[in-house]
Design a binder for this molecule. Structure first.
Ligand code: FES
Length: 116
């Protein structure tokens, strides 16, 4: 079972939906992890900002109607639901869970083994 540090990113779902429009790529740093947040027709997703191929910033890429993020450099694409590459090779994008709680919207950062 994975343990997470849950970090509040918005005070409510309403605030989150008002802050991110469709296709926006919002970079942020939480607990030393560079994360990108986006909103598509299917929901809100959080994933590693650096492309697993060669480290380009995915926040400079774009989302497709197929719920993918496309890297701005070599155009590899990744499914936002699974993190799996849909073109370019057998790569995976690290994805972060998002949860709405009573007092806000949180992103889960997986805890390191020595933190528990
Ligand atoms: S750096 Fe992203 S596809 Fe090459």
């Amino acid at each position: 079972m994975k343990n997470y540090h849950w970090i509040k990113i918005f005070e409510s779902e309403i605030e989150m939906n008002n802050s991110i429009s469709l296709g926006t790529l919002l970079p942020m740093q939480l607990r030393n992890e560079k994360i990108c947040l986006t909103k598509t027709e299917k929901g809100i997703y959080a994933f590693q900002e650096k492309c697993p191929h060669n480290g380009a910033l995915l926040s400079k890429g774009f989302c497709t109607k197929n719920n993918e993020i496309v890297c701005p450099i070599h155009r590899y694409s990744f499914d936002l639901s699974s993190g799996k590459a849909t073109s370019g090779g057998a790569l995976y994008l690290k994805c972060y869970p998002i949860e709405t709680k009573k007092d806000g919207v949180y992103i889960g950062i997986e805890a390191k083994w020595w933190e528990f």
